[in-house]
Design a protein around this ligand. Structure first.
Ligand code: G3P
Length: 218
């Protein structure tokens, strides 16, 4: 199971990378805006900086919503760095663009996926990753984790190579549920990843071990 961090924040990306468990990064226009990154050149430089920090795939999202625009933008993003994965929305022209990039051997991440049918189309088009948004489904009283399990089953049944990248993860328990559902990748905010570390018995046990050591050793 791969761990991606879902942020454009350089410090948080460095912290996750330092932990030694990071396999990649996902961004989106909202996450870039949150960091105040604006202007085409600044945005491109930011992607390049992220690629220099991590070893794995870095998803960079197109802004265009028409086929020609997505092709032009995607090619320009892919040319920035070999680690760039072109992130493309699940719309009709997006499916066509994914097929185009897939035929060219370029990596794609199909984003804004909310149903098994959409995931099936992304796989048929040859997407490297499909990104079902589990938190946003939970927000509307649907079940994001059930969708992950459903897509994993369908992909396994037919042997699709597209990796299920669970996105819109809001908390630590989502990560564990995605692992149980068989997601290939999770992308999560740093605090959700760090939450996996926590257990009160670990803290209490460590405190006791150290106290016992220091009783005898000063
Ligand atoms: O990876 C997609 C993610 O950034 C969306 O998360 O919390 O805005 O639904 P959220």
């Amino acid at each position: 199971m791969k761990f991606f961090i879902d942020t454009a924040n350089i410090e948080q990306i460095k912290e996750a990378q330092d932990l030694g468990i990071l396999d990649g990064v996902t961004t989106n226009p909202s996450l870039m805006a949150k960091e105040g990154i604006k202007g085409d050149e600044n945005i491109k430089n930011h992607y390049k900086n992220i690629c220099e920090i991590v070893d794995g795939d870095v998803s960079a999202e197109v802004i265009s919503v028409d086929y020609e625009g997505m092709i032009k933008e995607g090619e320009s993003l892919a040319a920035l760095h070999p680690q760039i994965t072109i992130k493309i929305p699940m719309i009709k022209d997006g499916v066509k663009a994914i097929k185009y990039f897939s035929d060219k051997g370029l990596k794609t991440n199909c984003t804004l996926v909310f149903s098994a049918g959409q995931a099936l189309l992304a796989a048929k088009a040859g997407a490297t990753y499909v990104s079902p948004f589990i938190g946003r489904l939970d927000d509307i009283s649907s079940n994001g984790i059930e969708l992950i399990a459903q897509i994993v089953d369908i992909y396994n049944y037919y042997g699709f190579k597209t990796e299920v990248l669970a996105a819109s993860i809001r908390h630590t328990q989502h990560i564990i549920q995605c692992a149980e559902a068989g997601a290939d990748v999770i992308t999560a905010p740093l605090n959700a990843i760090l939450g996996l570390l926590k257990h009160p018995l670990t803290d209490a046990g460590l405190e006791k071990f150290l106290a016992d050591y220091h009783k005898l050793n000063g």
